[in-house]
Design a protein around this ligand. Structure first.
Ligand SMILES: [Zn+2]
Ligand SMILES: [Zn+2]
Length: 393
C-alpha cells in the first residue's frame, strides 16, 4: 500500500465515524438510560449486537459461557485479528457512573469505520463485548474460556478526567478471612472463651503496622463483616473482607504472603482457628508501549494532547488480566474535569453529556486509526508482539 492509498483509507475511516456519530451518541445515551449491573446487561448486549449484525458483522452471542458477552467479526482477507473491547455494565444504584456506555459505542464506532474498508485490508476486525467489569471479572472468564485465543491485539478506551496513553491500573486481590473461636459468658467465664473478634482486630492491627513498610503504591483496605452477636458473649466467629493492591502483580503476591502472616499471627495469639481464602487476582494493566504511543500520535493528529501516566489515583480493572493474555491498550480520554471522579453522579452526567459523546468520537477515531496501522503497516504488529513477549510473568 502506498502513502496515497493509506491516506485515503485513513480519511475514509474518519469520515465514517463522523457520519455515524449521531447514531452512536443515540445508542450510548440509550444504554445510559437503561443501566444494567454486571451479568445482567441484556438490553445493552442486544442493542449492540443487533447494530453489529445490521452492519454485516458475524455475531456470536453468549461467548465464554456468559450470556451477555459477544464477539462480532468482520473481514474477508487473510491476516491478523484486531479487537475493540466494549464494556457496558453499570454500577448498582448509581447507574452509568463509570461511562461504560461510551466505551461500548467507541468500540462500535471504530468497528463500523474499519468495516467500511475491510475488503481493502488484510485480516479481520472484532468488536468484543465484555460484561461485568465492575466486580464480575467478565474478561477473566472469557480469557480462560479461550475467547481471545485468535485475537492478535485489543484496544479499549475509558473516559476520564484527563487524557492518558498508558494509565496505571493496579493489580488487586481480595481476601476472605474468618476466625473460629469459642463462645463463653464474657463476664462470668471469659477464661473459657476464645475471642474470634480479637483475632480480626489483631489482623487489622498487623496490616496497619505493615503500612509503614510497604511500597508507596500499595493499597490495603478492608471491612469487618461479622464481629460477634452480643457484647456479653465472647465472639465465637468473626469474619472480614480485605483487599490488597499494587502497581504490579508480583508485589500483590508479596502483600498476600504478608497478609497471611498477619492472619496466622492473630490466630496464634488468640487461639482462634483461621480460614483464609484468596479470590482471583486481577493483574495490573500492562499497556503495550508500541500501541499506546501510536494511539497518542493519533490523538495528537486529532488535536488532543495527552500524558503517559495519570494524575488521578489508580483503580483496578479486569482489562489488566486481559493485557497479560493479548497485547492491549487501555488509554483514557477526558470528558470531565477534576475534582469530578469516577463512580459519582457528576461522572454519570458527563457520560451522557455532549462532551462525553465528543470524547467517545475521539476515542473511536484514535482506536480505528491505530488498528488500521496494525493491520497495514509492515512489521508493526511484530513489534507489538515482541514487546508483549518480554512482559514479566
Ligand atoms: Zn468503574
Ligand atoms: Zn469503568
Amino acid at each position: 500500500m502506498n502513502e496515497a492509498e493509506y491516506a485515503a483509507l485513513a480519511a475514509e475511516i474518519l469520515a465514517v465515524i463522523d457520519e455515524n456519530h449521531a447514531g452512536m451518541a443515540a445508542i450510548s445515551r440509550d444504554i445510559h438510560a437503561h443501566p444494567e449491573i454486571m451479568f445482567e446487561e441484556r438490553y445493552a448486549a442486544a442493542k449492540l449486537t443487533s447494530a453489529l449484525s445490521e452492519h454485516g458483522f458475524e455475531v456470536q452471542r453468549g461467548v465464554g459461557g456468559l450470556e451477555t458477552a459477544f464477539v462480532a467479526l468482520s473481514g474477508v482477507n487473510p491476516g491478523p485479528t484486531v479487537g475493540f473491547i466494549a464494556e457496558y455494565d453499570a454500577l448498582p444504584g448509581i447507574g452509568h457512573a463509570c461511562g461504560h456506555n461510551l466505551i461500548a459505542t467507541s468500540a462500535l464506532a471504530a468497528g463500523f469505520a474499519l468495516n467500511r474498508v475491510i475488503d481493502r485490508l488484510p485480516g479481520q476486525i472484532a468488536v468484543i463485548g465484555t460484561p461485568a467489569e465492575e466486580g464480575g471479572g467478565g474478561k477473566v472468564t472469557m480469557r480462560d474460556a479461550g475467547v481471545f485465543a485468535q485475537v492478535d491485539a485489543v484496544l479499549m478506551t475509558h473516559m476520564a478526567m484527563e487524557t492518558v496513553t498508558k494509565p496505571v491500573f493496579l493489580a488487586v486481590a481480595a481476601i476472605d478471612l474468618a476466625f473460629h473461636g469459642k463462645a463463653s459468658h464474657a463476664a462470668a467465664a471469659p477464661e473459657a472463651g476464645i475471642n474470634a473478634l480479637d483475632a480480626v482486630i489483631q489482623f487489622f492491627n498487623g496490616m496497619n503496622a505493615l503500612r509503614q513498610h510497604v511500597r508507596s503504591d500499595a493499597r490495603m483496605h478492608g471491612i469487618i463483616l461479622n464481629g460477634g452477636q452480643a457484647a456479653n458473649i465472647v465472639p465465637e466467629y468473626a469474619s472480614a473482607k480485605y483487599v490488597v493492591r499494587a502497581r504490579d502483580t508480583m508485589y500483590v503476591r508479596e502483600l498476600l504472603l504478608k497478609a497471611r502472616a498477619c492472619a496466622e499471627a492473630a490466630a496464634l495469639a488468640t487461639g482462634a482457628r483461621l480460614e483464609f481464602k484468596v479470590g482471583a487476582t486481577l493483574e495490573h494493566v500492562a499497556s503495550n508501549g508500541v500501541m499506546a504511543d501510536l494511539f497518542g500520535e493519533k490523538l495528537r493528529n486529532l488535536g488532543w494532547s495527552s500524558t503517559e501516566v495519570q494524575l488521578d489515583g489508580p483503580a483496578s480493572t479486569d482489562m489488566g488480566a486481559l493485557s497479560h493474555a493479548v497485547p492491549a491498550i487501555h488509554p483514557l480520554v477526558q470528558i470531565a474535569d477534576f475534582p469530578v471522579a469516577w463512580h459519582t453522579p457528576e461522572f454519570r452526567e458527563a457520560a451522557w453529556s455532549d462532551r462525553g459523546q465528543e470524547g467517545m468520537r475521539t476515542a473511536a477515531k484514535a482506536m480505528a486509526l491505530t488498528a488500521l496501522d496494525l493491520l497495514v503497516k509492515p512489521g508493526l504488529l511484530d513489534a507489538v508482539k515482541a514487546e508483549f513477549a518480554e512482559l514479566p510473568r
